[in-house]
Design a protein around this ligand. Sequence first.
Ligand code: SF4
Length: 697
Amino acid sequence: MKAGEYKSTCSYCGVGCGIIVSKMPDGKVTVRGDREHPVNQGKLCSKGLNLHYVVNNQDDRLLVPQMRLGKGHPLKTVEWPEAIARVATVFSSLIQKFGPDSVAFYVSGQCLTEEYYVASKLAKGFWGTNNIDTNSRLCMSSAVVGYKMQLGEDAVPASYEDIDLADCFFITGANPAWCHPILFRRIEARKNANPDVKIVVADPRRTQSCELADLHLQLKPGTDVYLNNAIARVLLENGYADWDFIRHHTNGIEEMQAEVMATSVEEAAEICGLEADDIRLAAKYIGEAKGFISMWAMGLNQSVIGVKKNLSLINLSLITGKIGKPGNGPFSLTGQPNAMGGREVGGMCNLLPAHRNLDNEKHRREVAEFWNVAEVPAKPGYSATEMIDALESGQLKAVWVICTNPMVSLPNSHKVERALKNAKFVVVQDISKNSDTVPFADVVFPAAGWLEKEGTMTNSERRITYLSQVVKAPGEALPDFEIMCRVARKMGYSGFNFKNAQEVFDEYKQLTLGTNISIGELSYNHLREKGSVQWPFRNGRSTARLFEDKKFYTPTQKANLFAVEPTNDSEKPSDDYPFILTTGRIRDQWHTMTRTGKVKRLQQHIDKPFLEIHPTDAEKLGIENDDVVTIKNRMGEVNAAAKVSETVRPGVVFLPMHWGKVLAGNHARTNNLTFDRVDPKSKEPDFKYSTVQIEKY
Ligand code: SF4
């Protein structure tokens, strides 16, 4: 690298592409892909390529702390000590008066690991509550539960290098062509070099990922378990199962087999809206492959049966023994850049650092002793949507929101609005004054953004990358960990005298010693000088692939197969609400557009919200392309331009998730319509399945 160049990683998706940042004499930056980074070898997608615009354009930045004297008063600029003291005083008094569970953190998969750690330590160790949850709850929690139940640990077994060795990809509930583009290019390269490689895509929409597929299973929303069970049945019936592996390395085959045999392939096909022969063909591709990788994202996870979908999918890798071997494994695609890092440090309401479990008394004691506190509470905290319910009901009094925009991103937006209005005290810590959540804040903390602070992130393949500080944060903005430490110290807590992010990292890594995710030997110097590593990192070595010894992290060291009952608990379409609404991302925008929305080039791809609707449905409703339509249900409504297209099935409509702003006199906020029902185990919301009616505006 030349002088003035710095290494970082992209701050958008979980692919985790390496970036070289060049700092110009005028302080502006340019970016290019890092050719030496093992994830992307120099490539970047449209979002990554335009990251410098986000850093160089600071028009939208929050520059100074602000606070209001009371509800209804305007936000006023204040000095840092005053804002810190206000938050410390209010949180202390609420804890004293109503107990520790009256306050909460709501953080983000875009926080750095060190920031997550400080928030986790402050809430669980010092406030005495497990009320810390994150927008990763909306993203990966069903996959986390699936991995833990089946493999004994929240651990992705495979690596991106396995993509180069696989013969069959089953991409289900994901559109990596748009949402994980650089990873998809690697699949594309594998397929182009080896045309016999088979790609099966299961998705109710015909997405760009289907362009590469040998087989698109355009199933009805919510029927994934039927599909996965039917594939399992064909694998078991047609000699594709690895019985030696099943007998020696798994539990539960009898129950699982009985469940999948209870429904014929024809019955499953009928329920899924597919051809039975297509299900058999998918099973054949999987069964005949030497290397089989399943990949999934929100289409499986964001569901009231998200965990069941995960279990039924991971079953396929286990009954074929296609795990822990080159080119194999069930590979959950992380949505956000550091959802995994957040879980590592226990930044969720049901986790403790280094993947320790909250319901394990020994684990709680280990953490409490390490933090030098009397105890870590056993009671799980509020998950993301439970926090909203508790704010609305008044049980939760205060929430501190960091690096996320729940007014647009959480389901049932009108409820979120009521909840934030009802809260006694809201702190918003963000980089952008355009966040839709800022108007609800009693105190606003201006935070440093990407390249304005250092730290680490962990991507989808367990890879930890160091992010350099390149530029100074604008105005008085501070790194998130520093803001939290200042409040913690003001509240009188010891243990928050970190001089920099490196000291936070060095403390956290001690907690990983002896665990399955150990990075105790890792240092910032190693990451800076030798590059990224994959955990566990022991004896100076990364771990690319887990379970090569066929020993799983369960108490029996065997993986667990599950009999997954396929019914779906989502609300069914009715005469009043006859359409199933599914939601998702578009190629060039990220989440609620507070960053990508300010890059003109990224608007050129798609510049306004749209509703994909099948031509048959559009004709019945008298809707033509580009007509503005109103989509309604009992929670709210949204206006969007119709995009009449066969990419969706009849009876299914699709809205992108990003917009929170107004179109045609009404909100375009998709989550006005999404139900806040959640999976009972993962607490992940049912974003992919709400029922709606549609009319011309
Ligand atoms: Fe960033 Fe993801 Fe694009 Fe890579 S694929 S450049 S990590 S948004």
